[in-house]
Ligand binder design. Structure first.
Ligand SMILES: [Zn+2]
Length: 523
């Protein structure tokens, strides 16, 4: 009898006698509405087993062999049947039955089919064509299971992003948070304002004595391709447009959007070459900024069909607002004042973010923001991403806001080093595989109602020091394997030693996906 090797570990796994031989030609039979999921699974089977290889030892089979004919040397080809079962809940739940004569995968939705298909894919990648007979019943613990990639600090190709989405889908993650803009670059091409990406997507690399540029942005076609690729895997894309801070790359094409640029027409910016927090942010007193944001949201909403749009809201210093006549005027006209009548800068930030949140509500979406957005927020639909620590998320949930937990403190910040040694890449902290595995998104002591606001969590990869895709893979894996289990698997089944045992089977899966993962898991 074999132990379960899946990552994330399923809700239940029951081992049975015998095995099932899956062939590259094994047909995947599905109802018409799930042909897309069936097609993906067929592709995964072919990739896992190698098209043309014949595990029966005979000559390579012709493609398109059907269940009835079977390749020479094999008595029959076991089929994989996808069945609708409306009693299986929630949508992403599935039941997988592996029997000597075939596999049945039951779910009530395409998302459930895809999660079950991911389990089949994992088993084939580690075990080869002969699968242990078993019954798996599985369902997610949390509805939001995400990963974030910062494509602003460094640019990553569409093909690489697809590779990361595909690997995340194998781990049953279902949200890709796409950090598109920051001080260092603006990566989203805008048809309404092409100058923004043209100037904001190009940064002089000042480490070189001669002109070297780090550049790249995503066209509407690129975005459509990634959104479709993710949707095929039942993954939502959450784009992030940083505002009002982390906006230097936008100021490169529109210096007048800054407070100082509104007063001095000769002022110029270029995408930042340094990292940190910068004082020149969007001017909250500028009507041109508000008009631009409205236009931008129209375009962003047309590109991204998902329900959530992330508008940043973090790390916005107020020095410029304090000295800006337009911002001062705004605080007066909107009565954003302290009790003593002095302008209230924090209230101005809340006013700006509330305006973004309402603009998104008007477009049928909801705004996500970093946990700073909680201060002065009045829009109930706002989703809070708790990054400054567990307490921020707990407070948001107690106040009735939906929360995604991604604290930077030894858990979800995958730009941190995986071990505290000079040889290890990373920045600003240490987060070991075990730290990620032991992360618990649910704060203690919440009422059932408050707990229902903890939607889940995500792993965030900031890329100040991550220049290439291979490095990104190393930072993500295997910590994202651990987090996938935190977000998907039942809390009571979490066991770090058992996770490490399963990683022995899971490593070859990461290899098969051509991921450059950190192989030293126990120090
Ligand atoms: Zn201003």
């Amino acid at each position: 009898m074999k132990d379960c090797s899946l990552v994330p570990v399923p809700q239940s796994w029951e081992c049975r006698e015998g095995s099932c031989l899956v062939l590259p030609s094994s047909p995947v039979i599905a109802p018409p509405e799930w042909q897309s999921e069936a097609g993906l699974l067929t592709g995964w089977i072919g990739a896992a087993l190698g098209r043309g290889a014949n595990p029966c030892g005979g000559p390579p089979e012709a493609t398109g062999a059907s269940a009835s004919s079977g390749p020479s040397g094999c008595a029959s080809v076991p089929a994989i049947k996808i069945l609708r079962d409306d009693s299986i809940a929630p949508d992403e739940a599935y039941r997988l039955l592996i029997e000597p004569w075939g596999i049945s995968l039951a779910a009530r939705s395409g998302a459930g089919v895809l999660r079950g298909a991911a389990s089949i894919r994992e088993l084939l990648l580690s075990d080869g064509p002969r699968l242990q007979c078993s019954e798996i019943r599985d369902a997610p613990r949390f509805a939001w299971r995400g990963f974030m990639l910062d494509t602003a600090r460094n640019f990553f190709s569409v093909g690489f992003i697809e590779k990361m989405i595909d690997a995340a889908a194998m781990h049953k993650l279902n949200v890709f948070h796409w950090h598109l803009t920051d001080d260092q670059a603006w990566r989203l091409a805008l048809e309404s304002a092409p100058e923004v990406a043209a100037l904001g997507g190009r940064r002089r690399d000042r480490r070189y004595q001669w002109p070297v540029y780090a550049e790249g942005f995503y066209t509407h076609d690129d975005v459509a391709r990634i959104v479709r690729f993710a949707a095929d895997r039942h993954m939502t894309v959450v784009p992030e447009i940083e505002s009002p801070g982390h906006a230097t790359a936008l100021l490169a094409s529109h210096p007048e959007f800054s407070c100082r640029g509104g007063q001095d027409a000769s002022l110029r910016f270029e995408p930042e070459n340094r990292y940190g927090i910068f004082e020149d942010i969007l001017c909250a007193g500028s009507d041109d900024v508000l008009a631009f944001m409205e236009c931008l949201l129209d375009e962003v909403c047309s590109l991204f069909p998902g329900p959530v749009i992330h508008m940043g809201g973090d790390e916005a210093p107020k020095e410029r607002w304090m000295a800006c006549p337009r911002c001062t005027e705004r605080m007066k006209s909107e009565k954003l004042l302290h009790a003593d009548g002095k302008p209230a800068l924090e209230q101005l930030q809340a006013w700006f973010m509330n305006r973004m949140a309402k603009a998104l509500e008007n477009r049928g979406r909801r705004m996500a923001g970093w946990d700073e957005v909680l201060e002065g927020n009045t829009v109930r639909s706002v989703l809070v991403m708790a990054w400054r620590g567990h307490a921020a998320g707990e407070m948001a949930a107690r106040r009735g806001y939906d929360v995604v937990m991604c604290p930077q403190t030894k858990a979800c910040y995958l730009d941190h080093k995986q071990r505290d040694i000079p040889e290890e890449p990373g920045q600003l902290g240490v987060c070991t595989l075990e730290d990620s595995y032991r992360f618990e998104p649910m704060p203690e002591g919440l009422s059932a109602e408050e707990a229902s606001h903890i939607l889940g969590g995500q792993g965030n990869l900031w890329t100040e020091l991550v220049y290439f895709g291979r490095q990104a893979e190393y930072m993500l894996y295997p910590r994202l394997c651990a987090l996938s289990e935190v977000f998907w698997s039942p809390r009571e089944s979490r066991d770090y030693r058992d996770f490490l045992r399963r990683m022995a089977a899971h490593g070859p899966r990461l290899d098969a996906l051509d991921l450059a993962w950190r192989r030293t898991m126990q120090e």
